[in-house]
Structure formats: C-alpha cells, structure tokens
Design a binder for this molecule. Structure first.
Ligand SMILES: C[S@@+](CC[C@H](N)C(=O)[O-])C[C@H]1O[C@@H](n2cnc3c(N)ncnc32)[C@H](O)[C@@H]1O
Length: 171
C-alpha cells in the first residue's frame, strides 16, 4: 500500500493545483492531497455519500475552504466545467467502474489541456488493472503516457491530456 505522502510526491502538485480525487473512499489520501494544494482546490467525488462522510471525519468533521465533496457517479456526467482541473487522481477506483471508457471521457473533459491524470493500482485489490491494459484504456481515451512508478502490482501511472488532441493523434 502506498502512503499518502508517497502518492502525493508523484503527482507534480504545486500549491495552487486544482485536483479532482475520484473515489476517495474514506479519505485515506485526501488529507495529504489537501495539504499539498493550500491555495488550490481539492474536489472529492464518490458514489457513496457515507464514504464522503468518513472522508470529512479525516478533516475533523469539517472540510477546509479549499476542499469540496460531492456524491456522484463517475459513470454519469460530471458536474464540473470543462478544463477546470489540473490533476485528476484515482487510487484503486478505475477497475471498479462499470464504464471505464465513459469515465475516462469525462475526466478528459474536465482536465485542462496539459493537465495530468494519475492512476494508482495495487494488489490485493481484486479489480486491479495491470499496466498494459491501463495503457490501452488511457491512450484510447486520448491521453498521452508520461511514465509509471512502482512495480506492476503496486504502481502509479501518469498520463497527460495533450494540449492539442489533433497533435496527439498525428504521432
Ligand atoms: C476501493 S475504494 C478506494 C478508496 C480510496 N481511493 C483508497 O484507495 O483508499 C473505491 C472507491 O471508489 C468509489 N466508486 C466506485 N464506483 C464509483 C463510481 N461509479 N463513481 C464514483 N465513485 C465510485 C467507491 O465508492 C469507493 O469509495
């Protein structure tokens, strides 16, 4: 299991980054992510309101001003503007989505051009997505690989939304 600090170190965050954490669950990573973007924004989105309530407890029961949470289905339309995030992060979530392609299309939409999506996968999660399959899914959705850290059973893979989709497709 990766620690919150180790994960956050991989995400190329700065203090003003606008981050969407999809499927934060009980908020194991959320506190550290919020700490890294004090002048930015952390948006938590999870299907289960009870998970978001647990995540809020990690913040002492009240979210700080730059952290918001919303209960929503990542398979449906996301209630965010186009290009409104610098970073999207999913830790052991993508494999749970019944609709990874729809989800990735939505994450693509809400990321700014040049923004980054980070996918962390690890055992013993039964829904683990192995790196090769993840690469296919992500490039199929228009993302460009930026590299992978960690062994294939416990890794973080980074992908970029190209500044121009046409430029990416002509490679
Ligand atoms: C395995 S947990 C991971 C929690 C957290 N990321 C972690 O690693 O500690 C998966 C999370 O994804 C959420 N999730 C599953 N399907 C979802 C969907 N369609 N839309 C939004 N969240 C979803 C679940 O509610 C759960 O909180």
């Amino acid at each position: 299991m990766i620690t919150p600090a180790a994960l956050a170190d991989r995400l190329r965050l700065n203090s003003t980054s606008r981050v969407l954490e999809v499927g934060p669950g009980s908020g194991y990573f959320s506190l550290e992510l919020a700490r890294r973007v004090p002048e930015g924004r952390l948006q938590l989105l999870d299907l289960q309101p009870e998970m978001l309530a647990q995540a809020a407890q990690k913040f002492g029961g009240q979210l700080p001003g730059h952290v918001q949470s919303i209960a929503a289905d990542a398979c449906g339309p996301l209630p965010f503007d186009d290009a409104s995030f610098d970073v999207v992060v999913l830790v052991t979530v993508l494999g749970e989505l019944p609709c990874p392609k729809d989800g990735l299309a939505s994450f693509y939409r809400v990321l700014r051009p040049g923004g980054m999506i980070a996918v962390h996968e690890q055992l013993p999660d039964p829904d683990i997505i192995w790196p090769a399959r993840l690469g296919h899914l992500m490039t199929g959705a228009g993302f460009r690989p930026l590299g992978r850290q960690g062994p294939k059973w416990n890794y973080t893979a980074l992908f970029e939304k190209p500044v121009s989709r046409g430029a990416e497709q002509s490679r």
